[in-house]
Write a protein of this length. Sequence first.
Lengths: 401, 440
Amino acid sequence: MERIVKERDRLLRRSARLLGLTGTFAALLCFAVPGSIEFASLTVLIPSFALLIAALYRVGVNGSLVWAGVAVAAGASIVLLVHLATIGALAAFTGVGASPTGLTSAAETGVRFISSWALASIAVILVTSLGRMLLLAAAFAVTAATTIAATATAPEGLLTLCAVIAGWALACALGTLLAVGVVRAARRISNIGRAHRAERQASETEAQRRQGARLLHDTVLATLTLLAHQGVGVSADALVQQAGDDARLLRQLRLGTAPLPAAASEYNLKTPVEESTLGNTLEAVKQRFGRMGLSVSWHGTGQVLLPADILDAFLGSLAECLENVRRHAGVEEAHVTITDDDTTIRAMVTDNGVGFDQSSIAEGRLGFKESVVARLKEIGGNVRVFSAPGSGTTVVLEVPK
Amino acid sequence: MMSIADLASSSQTPQRATAAPIEEDTLGTVASTGKRRARGTPRRVGKSTGSRIIEEHAGSLGTGLLGVGAMFVCVTFALFSLARFVTLWSEYPAPLAAAGAWLLFAGLLVAAGVVIRHNDDRLPDWMFFVFLGGLAGVIALDLIAVWSLGDVAATASAAVAAGVGLVAVVGVRAARELWTAAAAVGTILLAADLLDGDIDTDRLVPTVSMLGQAVLPALLGALIVRSFRRLVTLELDRVLVQSTVSAPRYAVGMLASEELARLDLAAEQLLEGVASGATTLPLEPKLAQRAASLATELRLHLIEGRRETWLHHAITESDLLGRRVTLSDPGTLAGLLDPRQRDGLFSAIWLLAGEAGTKVAKQGRPTLQLTLGPIAVDRDLGPLHKVIVPITIETTGVARGRVDPATWDAVRRVGKHVDSMRGGSLCIEIECLADNPADS
C-alpha cells in the first residue's frame, strides 16, 4: 500500500502542475494582449509570473507544500498587482496612472484564469489529509479575498467570484476522485492478483500434467508428422483410425478426466482398434474420488487390455456407481473388486452404506439407467444391483473383453 | 503384453523408415518458424493477458469513479455557459435555435451518462460517433442562433459547452480520440470566430477565453485520465507478475502453459477433422504444413522441456520488465532463492526498471542487464549447506541519486551488496546466500 500511495501522490502533483501551468499561461496570454493592461504594468507582473511558474513546476516534481504556498502567494500577488495598477497605486514605479474605465474585461479574464484555474490546481494535492485540508482552506481564503478586492467593482465581478468557487470545487473533486480512485483500483488489483496467483498454480499443475503426458504426445507427434508427410506408407483407413484415437485422448486430457498419461495409449497402426491398460486408469479414478472424500480400495487384477470404446464405457459406469456411493450411501469408503475370465471383465462395487429398497427405486431412476445401464448395454455389457435398506449396496458391472 | 519401451520403438520404426527423406526438409523449415514463435509469442500473449484483465474489470479499476467525476466537471463548466445563455436570451436573433442546442446538449449528457453506467463503463464505437455527431449538432444550432450578432466569441454558449461535453466520456474513450475531437471543436469555433465579422485585436481575449473553456477541459481531462490508466495498468502488471515469486524452482509458466493447451487443442481439432472425414486425406499442402508446424512446436514444448525459473517468467510476462530487462542466468540459479530474497530481487528490478531512462527504452534497447552466477564454490565462510549466488544488476541511464530509496531495502533483502557507478550508470553486485541444491 505504501508504494501505491507514493504513486498516487505523484499522479496528484503532476496533475496539479499540468492544470496550474496551463491556467498560468492562459492568464499570461490574456494580460499580454494589447489593450488588456499597460505594458509598464505588465513588466511589474513578470517576476510574479516567473515565481508562479517555478513554484508550480516544483510542486509537480516533489509535491512540496512550501512551493505550493509560494505558488499561492505569487498568484495572489499577481491579482493584487493588477488591482493596484488599475487604481493607479503603482504610478510611482510604472508611471501609469489610474485607469479611468477600471479593470478591463481582458484583464479580468486574466485574473479569472489565475484565481479559478492556476491557483485552484493547488487544491488537487491538498485533499489527501485533514492537515492539508486546513491549508487548502487558507489558500482558498487568500485567493478569494484578493480576487474580491481586485474585481468587486468590475462589470463581471460576480461571475468571477462564481468562477473561483467553481474552480476550487472542481479541483477538490478532481483530487479526491483521483486519490480515492487509485486506492480503490489498487485494492481491486490486489484481489485480482490473489486470484491470479491461484490461477498460476493451477496452470502450472495443468502444464505439468500435459508435459507429463509424454507417451500420449509421442503418438500425437508421430501422427501429426505422418499427416504432414501425406501419410506415406500407411493406409488412409489406419491413419483416420489413429487420428481419431489421438483426438479422443487429447480431449480426455483437456477435459481432465484423462486416464493417467503414462498409460494413455500404445501406438500401433496395425491393429484395428487401439487398446489401453486398465491398471493406471483405475488409479486415476481412485485419486479423483479420493480428492472428493470417498476412499476407494481396489482388489484384484489391474493389468487388463481393453478396446478403447469398451474401456470408456466401463470406466464411465464405474465412476458413476462410485459417484452414487459418494452422494447417497453416507459412507466414506467403497470397495471395487475387478475380476476377469476369458470373455468377460467384471467389477463389483460394494459399500456398507444406508442401502435402499430395490422395489421402490430400482430401475426407475433415470440417472442410473441412462448413465450406467444404457452405457453398458451399448457395448454388450450388463449391470446388476443388490441392495436392501440398512445393509449396503453392491453393484456388479460386466463387460465383454 | 508389450512393455512401454517396446511400444515406443515399434511405433517409431515404420515412421522413420518412410518419412526420413522428407523429415529433414520439413523439420528444417518448420523448426525455424517454431523458434520465431517461441521468441515472438510470449510478449504478445502477455500483453493480451494484461489488457484482457483490464478489459474485464474496466468498471471496477477506478475509471468508473472517474467517469462520475468527469460528469460533475462537465456539468459545472456547462453551468457557466448556461448562465451566459440566460443573460443573453433577450438579445438572441434566433433564441429557439440556442434553446434547441441546449436541450440537445442536455439530452446527450444524460444519454451518455446512462449508457456508460449501464454498459459496464464502456462506450461502443458507434455510440461514441453518435455522441460526437450530437455535439456537432449542438455547435451548429448555437452558431446559427448567434451568427447575426457578429461576435461568436462573446455570445456562443452551447457551442462552448459542447467542447466541455467531451469530458463526459473521458473515462471510457482513448485520450487520442478525445484530443482529436477537442481539436476539431476548437478549429470549428476559431473558424466561426474569424469568419463572423471583422477581425479585431481587442476581441482576442474573448476568443482565447472561449477556446480555453471549450478545448482545455477535454484536453487536460484526457491527459490526467491517461496517466491514471497508466498507473493502474503498471500496478496490475506488477501484481500479476509478482505471483511468479511463489513458483517452484522450475516452472512452465503461464505463457508456455497457455501455449501448450492451445497447441494441444489445435492438434485435437486437426486430428478430429481427419478422423471424422471432414478433412480428406491426403491433406492439402497448407494443412500438411500446419500439421508439421504443430508437431514441431509441441516437440519444442514437450521434449526439449520448457522449464524456466520464476525470474525468467516474470521478465517475459511483464510488459515493463520485458521491454527493459535482459536476463542471463545459464545455471537457472534464480530458482534457488527463497521467497523473501525473490521478493526483494523482484522489487529491486521493478523499481530500477521503472526508473531507467524512458528515452533509451523507447529505442528498444534494454536498460537493465541482470546476471546470475556462476556459483562461488571457493568460499568457506558460509555454512556448508549454503551456496553463494552472485547477482549483478547493470543499468543504463540510471543515476544513483534518482533511485527510489525503497530499492535499497529490497536489495538488502536479497543479500550483501556493493554498488558502483559505471559509465554514469548504477551497477549493483549482490552476494546472495541460498540453499545448496545438492543438499536438498
